[in-house]
Unconditional design. Structure first.
Length: 171
């Protein structure tokens, strides 16, 4: 492990009961294999150690583990009602036109038909148009190419969510 400073949120994560830490990790990523790997390595000296463990666990996920992780994500353009995380991450869709939303729905359905899962992209900081363009580009990929892109995108999402987890002030 690298040496770095611990935040109050990381300290809380490191010392919380396994069931609480597992629940927090599940909010980050729905893959139980990923969560188990991170849980087994507690305590973390710093956030970077947690991020590196997340990246390593993500690299080891099987196709089934990736499918489980993707099942925790709503389609782009349709954040889960009442879920502040998906709403925040898909903020780039907030001002999207009805035409763009309809196009994204159509592309999402075509993608799902082709690959058997939702289109997954790290939406944070992206506009609706950028997400649509990425969807258009990726729909032509092979399933193998797409699985590795999804793995990379999930890794980005996990880092953003883990950052929020370790930076939250428990007070």
């Amino acid at each position: 492990m690298t040496s770095s400073t611990s935040t109050p949120g990381l300290a809380r994560f490191n010392t919380s009961a396994d069931s609480d830490a597992r629940a927090a990790l599940h909010e980050v990523c729905a893959s139980s294999a990923w969560g188990s790997k991170l849980l087994a390595q507690r305590p973390y000296a710093g956030a970077e150690d947690l991020f590196l463990a997340s990246d390593a666990a993500m690299a080891e996920l099987t196709a089934e583990d990736l499918a489980e992780a993707m099942a925790g994500h709503p389609p782009i353009g349709r954040p889960k009602p009442g879920d502040p995380t998906s709403a925040r991450e898909q903020r780039g869709m907030a001002g999207a036109s009805e035409a763009l939303k309809a196009e994204l729905l159509e592309l999402n359905l075509a993608y799902q038909e082709r690959f058997g899962h939702v289109f997954l992209i790290c939406a944070t900081g992206r506009t609706g148009e950028q997400m649509r363009d990425a969807l258009r580009d990726r729909i032509g990929n092979t399933p193998e190419q797409e699985r590795e892109i999804v793995r990379t995108e999930l890794g980005k999402i996990n880092r953003i969510r883990l950052t929020r987890l370790v930076e939250e002030d428990p007070a």
